[in-house]
Write a protein that binds this ligand. Sequence first.
Ligand code: AVJ
Ligand code: FE
Length: 442
Amino acid sequence: SLPADPEAFRQRAADALVRARERTGLLTGCVDGPELTAQHSPLMSPLVWDLAHIGNQEEQWLLRAVGRRDALRPDIDKVYDAFEHPRAERPSLPLLPPEEARGYVAAVRERALDVLADTALDGGGDALTESGFAFGMIAQHEQQHDETMLITHQLRRGPAALTAPAPPPVPADAATLPAEVLVPGGPFTMGTSAEPWSLDNERPAHERDVAAFAIDTVPVGNGAYARFVEDGGYDDPRWWAPAGWAYIREHRLAAPLFWRREGSGWLRRRFGVVEPVPEDEPVLHVSWYEADAYARWAGRRLPTEAEWEKAARHDPATGRSLRFPWGDADPGPEHANLGQRHLRPAPLGSFPRGASPLGVRQLVGDVWEWTASDFLPYPGFSAFPYREYSEVFFGDAHKVLRGGSFAVDPVACRGTFRNWDLPVRRQIFAGFRTARSAPEAA
Ligand code: AVJ
Ligand code: FE
């Protein structure tokens, strides 16, 4: 749960910053210099761009804005501004070479920890420092780029550079879970005004009326998805949104990214290893268009964002919205597959202790879940601390994803956390679950 004392956030912030840097060190230390400066996919930045961008954001927010220090490297701000240069352009920029980038991020961090030690966290009217918000925001930013870098590792060709243990064994009741859970209709509290490190797009808390619906107990698995493929799902325009149909035809897509047919079954490439596709694992690397088409084929639909959040947070016993499906406790390894501990989703039905009050499992961790909804502001939204985090992305171009993947650190994961991406995106660690509207009780 959350500390009541603003001072307690100093230690939280220090821990979150240290944990993020350990992960960044691993992701940029497990390959050699040429691999750091190479572009492994036109969709991604060279890893060395992410590395110095992490440091540059930290310099701008923690050293300059919070610490009011003189700029360390104002000359590189433009190179590491994501809005100045699309990813495809980044390899040709005058990037800091790996050793300089490492030196830069370390120099920024040393000073940022001094600023953290010297800053009052009781706010005093400053929302940037209250409860250590800026420090939490920067730890989340670094962890978000650590997820981005993990995507780059997945796209990279060649032998595995990263390994991790398998997730825990699936519980005995996984095979006998009901296929769906009924969520009663009525209002619930969506979003948050209380979570100190929540980002602008999660705020403010507001009431939403959501009609009764049923939602899958677990995400859609590879086995179920393979049946859609084998049923000719990619050859039948009936299942597809028109733009999705045009896209899969143009790009000749016929299965999730990284899948390859082998005899009567499927293989996948996962972090440099080719292996059979496990039937009982949440499907991964599908676009919103594919998720939407699968749901229609199955006679169902994607949940709206409000339905997803109600399934994840609403406690019918109290009428309150919880921080996480399991309650208000911070995520532990017993609740969810987070933090790049396992470099894959856990089998369907895992983490009974992470279930929602109504019994929905694996809402948090494992795979980001596509929702039916466009990325839009909540009523009362106000951009903070910069418009480019969320506001410039609002509209009908991006679809919302919820719940976080195995690649997400707990600091960047909450029942209210919102992610978004284009409906064609497949390299992200995204899957989905389906839903259907339920008749209201008479
Ligand atoms: C919230 C994951 C869509 O990676 O583009 C990183 C997070 N914003 N740096 C992204 C982000 C600025 C963002 N997403
Ligand atoms: Fe960024």
